[in-house]
Design a protein around this ligand. Sequence first.
Ligand SMILES: Nc1ncnc2c1ncn2[C@@H]1O[C@H](COP(=O)(O)OP(=O)(O)OP(=O)(O)O)[C@@H](O)[C@H]1O
Length: 441
Amino acid sequence: QNSPKVTYVPPPPPDDEQAIFARYQTGMNFDKYDENTVQVSGQDAPAPLMSFADTNMCDTLTMNISKAGYWKPTPVQKYSIPIILAGRDLMACAQTGSGKTAAFLVPVVAQMMRDGVTASAFKEQQEPECIITAPTRELIYQIFLEARKFVYGTCIRPVVIYGGTQTSYLIRQVEQGCNILCATPGRLLDIIGRGKIGLHNVKYLVLDEADRMLDMGFGKRQTLMFSATFPEEVQRLAYEFLKTDFIFVVVGCAGGACSDVQQNILQVSQYFKRDKLIEILHSTGNERTLVFVDTKKKADFIACFLCQENIPATSIHGDREQREREIALGDFRSGRRPVLVATSVAARGLDIENVQHVINFDLPSTIEEYVHRIGRTGRCGNTGKAVAFFDKYSDGHLAQPLIKVLSDAQQKVPFWLTEVAFQTEGGRLPVNTQKVGLEIN
Ligand SMILES: Nc1ncnc2c1ncn2[C@@H]1O[C@H](COP(=O)(O)OP(=O)(O)OP(=O)(O)O)[C@@H](O)[C@H]1O
């Protein structure tokens, strides 16, 4: 490989208790999560819990949950926690921003506390009890920070390893002891290949958003899969990957968009997208806005263009160095640069306070990706807005699935979109048009 040697060493994570437990407020729709219907398939599923106090968790963990500001479990937590505590494999699908991370972290930490952990510092090869993978660097880091909350004051040591950072630094982190390994798939394979991580002790394997992980020779373990979307082909794969008695939990509508996001689809052709973007950003002022585009080059180009128009923007994509990616995300989080132009690398999982708008300057190629992208707003019971620029020449294939997502989330379906769907489907009525009560000529 000719790629330059990566020397980036990320800054250490915050160490004081206040920073570790930093959080944002739940929104006014938080209690509405309870209105979602929940489907549970699989045999002998344990009953859901009603409160965090319903389990036999140790005091330290209970204290950490309350320090994190979680006073009541969300539906995905109510159902997943007892299933995981019962030792069952699980595939859980719940809308974006509804607390899937804690739904696996809390029971895994609870069981590790119950069973005791063994990893000791300065061993050549560490044997973690839990491995968590997620598809992007920023997301795995976020999961690691969340794990640090729940293990606070215990002897469980979480470690994070991800691409774009110096390997020798990561190895040093691992060698200091590792019970929960949070890793992106590439770095995970790399560190296993170097013999620094053994898999014999892995009791919990968590695939967050990871539709593409293959079995890498783990021993007897409990596998937990979480996502807001589970397309059918991934479900089929999961059947091979999970134990036969696994449980499938679906909160609300499988693969559905978060109903706290107000969705607006505008018909905008390629040439007018930039003007429309400026118009919208001028009307939203300093509100934090995430703009998705389809290429890395375009992300930089649009960010530059916005800066020239006096809109403080930055960009995040796979061609930026990890240091730059982290600075961009930090500037966006702090509000120093309230507009972040991104490729799909920022589509999944990122939990950033106060993102009020998501603009799909370019629509993604799949409806699942759309659902994840707009889920960066409207999190944890807060409301948000999503606007998409729909170009019928490039996005026609999305018309039909968009209609379904909009109607399932009780959003208005523009009439022109049903016409596009009708044309794209070769004159067949799109599925669901009847359901949303639209008139078709
Ligand atoms: N029970 C709870 N009470 C209060 N806040 C919570 C609770 N559970 C989770 N949260 C907060 O809600 C936010 C969203 O949670 P999380 O990131 O786990 O969502 P998610 O379902 O994984 O979303 P995505 O599908 O986008 O990855 C986080 O800031 C988290 O700290």
